[in-house]
Write a protein that binds this ligand. Sequence first.
Ligand SMILES: *Cc1c(COP(=O)(O)O)cnc(C)c1O
Length: 364
Amino acid sequence: MKVVFLDIKASYSELKNELDAAYQRVANSGWYILGEEVEAFETEFATYCGAKHCIGVGNGLDALHLILRAYGIGTGDEVIVPANTYIATWLAVSHTGATPVPVEPNEQTYNIDATVIEAAITKQTKAIMPVHLYGQPADMEPILEIARHYNLKVIEDAAQAHGATYKGKRTGSLGDAAGFSFYPGKNLGALGDGGAVVTNDDALAEKVRVLRNYGSKVKYHNETQGFNSRLDPLQAAFLRVKLKYLDTWNKRRQKIAQQYQEGLADTPGIILPFVPEWAEPVWHLFVIRSQRRDELQQKLGDANISTMIHYPIPPHLQPAYANMKKGNFPISEAIHREILSLPMFPQLAPPEIEQVISSVLNVF
Ligand SMILES: *Cc1c(COP(=O)(O)O)cnc(C)c1O
């Protein structure tokens, strides 16, 4: 039996009737940019996150970029980011003209280590951008405390964590603002690109609304030099269908994670994901760690099991950030050398999970 890493079409097949109906509704409405469908999704997703505002944008990168812009962050400013993240977190900062200042992750959670943030703060620091990596919420309380003390914004990169909770509160409602991605493979995924800004900050919400639409509140009246980054009504309609299933599908991911955790418990040579008692993760990815990662991936491949690495190269070692020195982030670099993502998606069946588990155990 072949086990795929992610069967993206399975989520369409499962909801085909409802998604097809959503397509028909939008196509027949004759309204293809912003409008009621986008507004309805924005209201529903803000409510889901437990926040006041949601603004639909073109993708997750734009969501983060527009938040930073709307807070007036730009050239000469610094934003603290995790060294261990997808490059989009950094790019959002760089695109404003500001500098991403990376800090190392916590060894157990792989998320930003709040205890080393303070050492990275300078007079130029304007914000901290924790990432809820792999669907595991970052430890927000100490981060918010540091931010209050130094008067910094806290911007959540929630692109992998739709529905995850920290001390009972959903991601998207924890900081000053949050950026979500609806890239098809995310826990809440569109059938194309999409993203959203979620916030309780009225002024920020207003600014992002204007920035995403050419800097214009009234058509052909431009207050600022804005962007074109709008969530499509068609994607909004698909997302409204899938939002209804998000909790159910996150629960399935949780069960899969549990099966992995139990099946692989106490295996020498591999480190399983660690879940702090204050976190309820949504398992965007199930990431194990091993010093024999490359061999493990090879052998699983031989056994017809596809795995992936999230991510093989940290941002500071990418040619895109060639100005940064190697070796400054040893924890991050070690994580990148040793992590492996096992198959994870809501339609993954228990016998497939069992096969992954036995194939991993065969290697160790
Ligand atoms: C997916 C992702 C993004 C960017 O989202 P896009 O919609 O692809 O632009 C940002 N940050 C993280 C952590 C992500 O995983």
